[in-house]
Each structure stands twice: as structure tokens, then as C-alpha cells.
Write a protein that binds this ligand. Structure first.
Ligand code: GLA
Length: 388
């Protein structure tokens, strides 16, 4: 279970008024379908219990005041709604997720309301668990609550994605924002990123989802994520295709001479990962644990070798999980999210989850000399607003 949130007793002392709404905005883990959302592939995320909580109250002035204590930043910030400019100071870079959402909502024609907000969180940042999308979505919900203009979860996700592209400089796909906004309790979302349709797949009741955060901070804005997207654009250009949906394993083999070795591997990841998602959805629906395990293993290998977005800590955790004896109840394990650090997701028989966590923590601490943040989570509802 995620660490419980500290009670937020201080909203009134910070802002001299009472909060009127509370927003809960969860993180996400992706079960499979990695680095293919931006290629129009299918992905399979769940929204998770770890979340941001935003308490907020309306202000009549054209400002947004934020007390971001729970994000690990102590000082309150004040954003002038008449000057929504991107912050360039690295210490303020988190604010671009807020300013970006405010700016894209304004550009979409909404008259921005002033509000004050206190943010608390038990969702680790930079852990591949979509803390950025959770923040964007939480701010979007605050704007909607105070402006009275409600978006559906897909339109909201698209606005948040745009904010991330334009203000945070991360050319992300749409998976995270949709998972955070449209998660369903007890279900994975089989999200088709070519048309944004969602099919809910029930999570087998006997399986637990274990997340292991390596503590290696990933920063998708640092260039490697963008380079993968550029590699994929280059592949389509060289093969004369308009989409990866036109690329099969056979066509890829036959066209290998048009790609260099690196681009061939990138394309092979995209093609095989797209195949794995459909197989995984079928295996989840029929509780075919052996197939789930093989598909997660193949996905991790493809991300490690062909797409080169893993790191030694993620590889170690996945290898350790698969090396445990059958009695440990491990079904499958892989890195989750953008990679270059972040977390793994492991499916395990429910009654064995706690001993798996102990094993992973012990092995990780012995190997790397630092502790592992490892916990059971489950699929929850997407972000929501309630009146307080
Ligand atoms: C990050 C991005 C997503 C997706 C994943 C990789 O989380 O925000 O859009 O591309 O990486 O699957």
C-alpha cells in the first residue's frame, strides 16, 4: 500500500480561507505496450493508488497560488494569470506543468479562474509513475471546477498532453494523461492510441501488482525520449510508410537493407511490442499466467536490447524476479513507463506479494547499497473532484 498522506491541516493557515474542493489525481503504471503510444499502438495502463491530493479554493484575483509542500518544494508560488510564461530556472521547472495547463485551457477559450491550491502527494516523482500527468490533470480539474466548464476525460488528456509538449518540452504520447484521467477500479485500460478508444479489461482477483521504484530518476525532457521518437519518424521515412500499423515483422525483415542496425532494432521493438499487447490482453482475460509472464519478459528484453531505454537497476530487478523459484508466485516482470530509470512492475500471486517485496528489497540493497521503494498497488478510479 502507498504511504499514507500527511493530513493537510494547514490550508487555512496558508491561504486564510477554507478549501472548497479536493481533487485526487492518481499515478499510473503500464502493464505492457511501452513506447508505442506515440506510434498509435495499443497500451495497457492502470491508474494506481499512489496519488496527488489537491485542496483548492476560489480566488477573485487573476492569480493561482500554490503551496506545493507535498511535491517536495517548500515555498508557495504565485502565478499571474495575465503572464503565463514558461519558467526557465531548473528549480521552477515543475511549475511549467501548472503554467502549461493554465495556458492551454486559456488558449482553448476558457476564462481562467483564480484559485489557491495546496498539493500533497504519495506519488514519487521521476519514478516512471506519471507524477507529471497527475499534476497536469489535477490542475485541469481545478480549472474546470472553478470555471464551470467541464471537459470529458479524453479532451482533458489531450489538453494536458499539449501542455507537456509546449511547456515542459517533453514530446510525450497520450497514455499517461488518459490513464490518470480515465482509470477504472479493478481494470486495466486497453487504450488504442490510434483512435483513443478504451476497452476495460478486468484484473484477475488472484494477481497482485507490485511496483519497485529504483530511485534512479528519469528525466524524459533530457533528450533520449525525443531521440526515440525521431528514430521512429526516420524509420517511417526510409520505408515510405505513414504509420507503424503498415509495418509487419515480414515487411521489416524484407526492408532491413533500408535501415541501419540501430533503426532496425528500434522498428523491431515497435512491431513486436504492438503484437504483444493484443496477446497480453487475451492472456489477462483468460488468466493465462504463463503467457503473461512470457510476454512481460519479451517486452522487457525488447526495451533493453532493441529500444535501449532500460538501465542496470531495472534489469537487475526484472532478472531477480524471474530467477525466484516457482513457489515465489511471480508471474511476470518488466520495466514500466518511459525508462532510463524509474520503476518495474511485477505481477505476482496475491498471497506471495509481501514475500516478493522482501526478496526484491533485500537483493536490491545488497547489490546497489541503497533501499528500494517497493509496494503493492492496484487499479483505481481515475482523477476526480469532490466538494469539501
Ligand atoms: C512516458 C510518456 C508516455 C509513454 C511512455 C512510454 O511515460 O509520457 O507517453 O510514451 O513514456 O511508454
Amino acid at each position: 500500500m502507498p504511504a499514507s498522506l500527511k493530513p493537510m491541516l494547514s490550508f487555512e493557515s496558508h491561504f486564510g480561507r477554507s478549501a472548497t474542493i479536493q481533487i485526487t489525481s492518481p499515478g499510473r503504471i503500464n502493464l505492457i505496450g511501452e513506447h508505442i503510444d506515440y506510434l498509435g499502438g495499443k497500451v495497457m495502463p492502470i491508474a494506481i493508488e499512489n496519488h496527488l491530493t489537491i485542496l483548492a479554493g476560489r480566488l477573485t484575483e487573476r492569480v493561482v497560488e500554490i503551496f506545493p509542500e507535498g511535491l517536495g518544494f517548500g515555498s508557495p508560488v504565485r502565478i499571474d494569470l495575465d503572464h503565463l510564461e514558461k519558467r526557465t530556472d531548473p528549480a521552477e521547472s515543475w511549475m511549467n506543468y501548472v503554467i502549461g495547463v493554465l495556458a492551454v485551457y486559456e488558449a482553448s477559450g476558457i476564462v481562467l479562474p483564480g484559485f489557491c491550491a495546496q498539493i500533497d502527494s504519495n506519488l514519487p516523482t521521476g519514478a516512471g509513475l506519471s507524477s507529471s500527468a497527475a499534476l497536469e490533470t489535477g490542475i485541469a480539474l481545478a480549472i474546470e471546477a472553478f470555471s464551470g466548464v467541464e471537459q470529458d476525460s479524453i479532451d482533458r488528456a489531450l489538453l494536458c498532453q499539449r501542455a507537456e509538449h509546449e511547456f515542459a518540452g517533453v514530446p510525450c504520447g497520450i497514455m499517461d494523461q488518459i490513464a490518470v484521467g480515465a482509470g477504472r477500479e479493478g481494470h486495466a485500460l486497453l487504450l488504442d492510441c490510434s483512435n483513443l478508444s478504451i476497452h476495460h479489461v478486468s484484473m484477475p482477483a488472484d494477481l497482485a501488482v507490485v511496483t519497485a521504484d529504483t530511485g534512479v530518476k528519469h528525466a524524459l525532457g533530457d533528450g533520449e525520449y525525443r531521440k526515440r521518437r525521431e528514430d521512429c519518424d526516420e524509420i517511417l521515412k526510409r520505408l515510405g510508410l505513414s504509420s507503424f500499423h503498415e509495418l509487419s515483422s515480414e515487411i521489416l525483415e524484407a526492408s532491413a537493407s533500408k535501415l541501419d542496425e540501430k533503426l532496425f532494432r528500434r522498428a523491431r521493438h515497435a512491431v513486436t511490442e504492438m503484437q504483444r499487447v493484443d496477446l497480453f490482453a487475451t492472456a489477462l482475460e483468460s488468466s493465462d499466467q504463463e503467457a503473461l509472464g512470457q510476454l512481460m519478459k519479451a517486452s522487457h528484453e525488447s526495451l533493453r536490447v532493441d529500444y535501449e531505454v532500460s538501465c542496470q537497476e531495472l534489469d537487475f530487478l526484472v532478472e531477480t524476479a524471474y530467477a525466484l523459484p516457482a513457489a515465489s508466485g511471480v508471474i511476470g516482470s518488466r520495466m514500466t513507463g518511459g525508462g532510463f530509470g524509474g520503476s518495474t512492475v511485477t505481477l505476482v500471486q496475491c498471497e506471495k506479494a509481501n514475500s516478493l517485496i522482501e526478496s526484491l528489497k533485500k537483493s536490491y540493497e545488497e547489490k546497489f547499497g541503497r533501499s528500494l521503494n517497493c509496494f503493492i498497488t492496484s487499479a483505481v478510479e481515475g482523477a476526480k473532484t469532490s466538494i469539501v
